[in-house]
Write a protein that binds this ligand. Structure first.
Ligand code: SAM
Length: 283
């Protein structure tokens, strides 16, 4: 608590960035609850959603909408309130704010204004999935959602094919099958991966297999296409894997201009991958 004198400006408040559950409400931490109880207001991605969360815990606090469409405009006003001494919490619909969720602009504006920004850590789907995937977790890259447009998605994946670190993607029910298909095409059917679905919820499922195997299982069973997904793909293991991945990327690009046999020859030469691993590998 700070003391203030009449006429003196109050000490600035704190912006608390609070993680909320990704399914199981038992995952809201005691400190998150205490923070949400004591702040002046809560900035929420969807106020109806957060109101329900608060109601479950018997809380009622003023809610302010902060989503991708108004974040730029709202950030400055929220900073003004923080500077005037109010404490605010930032939450998103699920998990950790700013992780494929709004909040970056507000946090940046608050930090630029010298306001204390303090985390109340908790659930995050990417980290939860990584913690149970059984893939190398010492170095990883979070890629969030792949582009919705097929051509942009394939382009993104072809750039990632040689990445040696474990890759983490978010995916939705209506694109999981297509994305797995594109992952097979870009990384090869044999790369090991994990599909983590509905974590912390009733139908939690963690499938580990090759990308080809996962694609087949998800295609064969409609239940495996329901809910929310994290896809974790092992990195391109060694130099041979990395050069094949790079060769495939080049081959895919070069076939836009050359005959497949010429494209394969050139891609093999440039990447060091065996030509037979490229030519027809996408079929
Ligand atoms: N901020 C959140 C976090 O910390 O994980 C992520 C928000 S992002 C808009 C929502 C995506 O996260 C979903 O489409 C899915 O890919 C992933 N996700 C969220 N909850 C999940 C869960 N319970 N199981 C698996 N994936 C989940």
């Amino acid at each position: 608590m700070h003391t203030s004198h009449p006429g003196a400006s109050p000490a600035p408040g704190t912006l608390h960035v609070v993680a909320t559950p990704i399914g199981n409400l038992g995952d809201l931490s005691a400190r998150a609850l205490e923070t949400l109880k004591t702040v002046h207001a809560i900035c929420a991605e969807d106020t109806r959603h957060t109101r329900q969360l608060l109601a479950h815990f018997g809380l009622e606090r003023p809610l302010l909408a902060l989503h991708q469409h108004n974040e730029d405009a709202q950030a400055q006003q929220l900073v003004t309130r923080l500077l005037a001494g109010e404490s605010l919490a930032l939450v998103s619909d699920a998990g950790t704010p700013l992780v494929s969720d709004p909040g970056f602009r507000l946090v940046r504006a608050a930090r630029a204004a010298g306001i204390r920004v303090s985390p109340v850590p908790g659930a995050c789907a990417a980290i939860s999935a990584l913690s149970v995937a059984g893939v190398p977790s010492d170095r990883f890259v979070f890629e969030g959602f792949l582009p919705a447009k097929a051509s942009a998605r394939r382009e993104r994946l072809s750039r990632l094919a040689g990445e040696p670190r474990t890759l983490i993607f978010y995916e939705s029910a209506h694109r999981i099958e297509e994305s797995l298909e594109d992952l097979v095409a870009a990384f090869g059917a044999d790369r090991r991966a994990v599909v983590a679905r509905e974590l912390t919820k009733l139908f939690e499922t963690v499938l580990d297999d090759t990308l080809g195997g996962l694609h087949a299982r998800v295609t064969a069973d409609a239940n495996q296409r329901k809910g929310e997904f994290v896809v974790i793909v092992e990195g391109a293991g060694d130099d041979a894997d990395a050069s094949i991945a790079e060769g495939r990327r080049l081959y895919a690009k070069l076939t836009e201009y050359l005959k497949p046999s010429q494209a394969a020859k050139l891609a093999a030469e440039l990447s060091g991958a065996p030509r037979k691993a490229l030519y027809g590998a996408e079929e």
